[in-house]
Ligand binder design. Structure first.
Ligand code: FES
Length: 181
């Protein structure tokens, strides 16, 4: 059976001749000082590998965080400001109902009160909730803190500091056209 563990190869023995003595049992005593033993280590290579590992780590972190940040901060939608636009079809707002449409950066509620069309901002001037048309009471109502406005946006009651911004509305064919008042 071949000897294992305490094998003394000629090459190893030669390497030990400089600074270490070998006992008859094969144990190495003394040896080179630690500083001498580190002479063979290539520190440039080690720092290069460190930079590569750091770069890969940074790339992984960026590729992981990028979609998260993009999800949290949605892209800014550029809305082109217009003075007038077709917001929908007149048939979408039957009598005694109201419907909200986007208009520039605002939202506009078009109300059809027995055939009389009006339009004003649907964003409550208190804290920005959307108002709705309450046909039984014949008014615009904000469900957040009970602000009440007339059909044309003037304040009836509630905590809101300002009336709703007014818009003009007309029908051409079946097109519902809203414009700045
Ligand atoms: S947000 Fe409308 S009443 Fe407060």
């Amino acid at each position: 059976m071949a000897q294992q563990g305490n094998f003394k190869s000629p090459a190893r023995m030669g390497g030990l001749e400089d600074g270490a003595s070998v006992s008859s049992s094969g144990a190495v005593s003394g040896g080179k000082p630690r500083e001498d033993g580190l002479k063979g280590v290539n520190f440039e290579r080690r720092s290069f590998l460190g930079k590569v590992v750091g770069g890969v780590g940074a790339a992984v972190a960026v590729s992981t965080l990028y979609p998260v940040v993009k999800y949290i901060i949605p892209p800014v939608k550029e809305v082109k400001e217009v003075n007038e636009m077709v917001v929908g079809k007149a048939s979408e707002v039957p009598e005694n109902t109201g419907k909200i449409y986007p208009f520039n950066q605002d939202k506009v509620i078009v109300v059809n009160d027995n055939g009389q069309l009006t339009a004003c901002s649907a964003i409550c001037t208190h804290l920005g909730c959307l108002v709705r048309w309450e046909d039984k009471e014949n008014l615009l109502f904000c469900p957040c803190h009970s602000a009440k406005y007339k059909q044309t946006g003037e304040i009836i009651s509630g905590p809101q500091p300002l009336p709703l911004a007014q818009y003009a509305v007309r029908v051409e064919g079946d097109d519902l056209i809203v414009s700045k008042a």
